[in-house]
Design a protein around this ligand. Sequence first.
Ligand code: PLP
Length: 431
Amino acid sequence: MEKSQALFQEAVKYMPGGVNSPVRAFGNIGITPKFIERAEGAYLYDVEGGKYLDFICSWGPMILGHNQKDVLDSVVKACQNGLSFGAATEREVVMAKLITQMVPAVEMVRMVNSGTEAVMSAIRVARGYTKRKKIVKFAGCYHGHSDSMLISAGSGVMSSGVPDSAGVTEGCTKDTVSAVYNDLSGVKELFASMGEEIAAVIVEPVGANMGVVLPKKGFLEGLRELCTQYGSLLIFDEVITGFRLAAGGASEYFHITPDLLTFGKIIGAGMPVGAYGGRRDIMEMVAPAGPVYQAGTLSGNPVAMAAGITQLTILKEHPDIYVKLNQMGDDFYGSLKKMVQQAGAPCQVNHIGSLGCLFFTRNPVTDYESAKTSDTDKYADYFKYMLGHGVNLAPAQFEAMFLSAAHKKEELDRVLELVHKYLENKRFITS
Ligand SMILES: *Cc1c(COP(=O)(O)O)cnc(C)c1O
């Protein structure tokens, strides 16, 4: 038996589903997950010595590639001074200043320990500031697993969220309203009927948790206008897009200024870090400056801050990284798109910058409903083929592919050849 298989058999005895986060269990794929031992640059290495070109990048954080030397050095050095003090440190000031310099929409920021925590806190602040209750969220957007964000997607506009997980009460979700991504007129109707009750609209400026779904022209601008008109706050959940589409994230990329922003993933360079921030008058609501309570024993942890500061500083000082990364994304996903189109394969490619997704559906994917027309069995088959040939993709259709600065053109060309071979094998391409 493979070592990964043996480990998984042990794992399921002691951990629910054998993992600490559901998607890692390969639930839809029907094989045991690979156990990873180490990572370097664009590659993961499993406990059997297998090597995989990695398109997950820890779900985004490793934008400079795995085990980047400067990040690693800064972490090792920080560790030598102690792992946590539970007191103010200089690094927190450096980090906060750095974030406000890179993301102009952020005037003040609070560090937390995960994206989930960042969103949960930003929502509390939005409600505290506006003294309103309702939060509008879009079906297919993921904002972490706090109770009020775990509502079932439904179709069309729903005025009251239905819990999407056991253990979440209706009381927790009744003030969350579900809307359809890219459907601005639906959101307009919603505002017309309950605009005065809406504390905030939260959105992934690029949907990256239903595969990759791009905002239609005018969608984000329209949300900005509606929120301003009704005195509601616009929250960009930039846990994936932050520091990825550009140094200033999606707010810079799309030239839109949200009132609050949430971060995670890249901001911690692989350490458990999140942050929320935005307009000064709103952030001054947060304790101890204001009446909205939010705290954290390990928030702003010195080792985690060291990792984040190093990664963000590299990104800030080398804007060419984004030029190259976005160009590489355009080339790679563009070629993939051309290939499936020429083959007449039942596939769609959505991409922006270094984010992309191959959907197994003939329908253009613009929202959660269209994303769900994808054939997940076909995706599972494709995933297994690619894994078997040393390429690590997300083990689920509704996830993004991530490129890092460590990916090289030759490697991506090899992947394109592999995909071509796969489509041929499946007779999507006849040569
Ligand atoms: C990953 C993610 C989160 C949750 O972050 P965690 O660190 O996993 O809690 C929230 N929002 C978006 C957009 C994400 O992609």
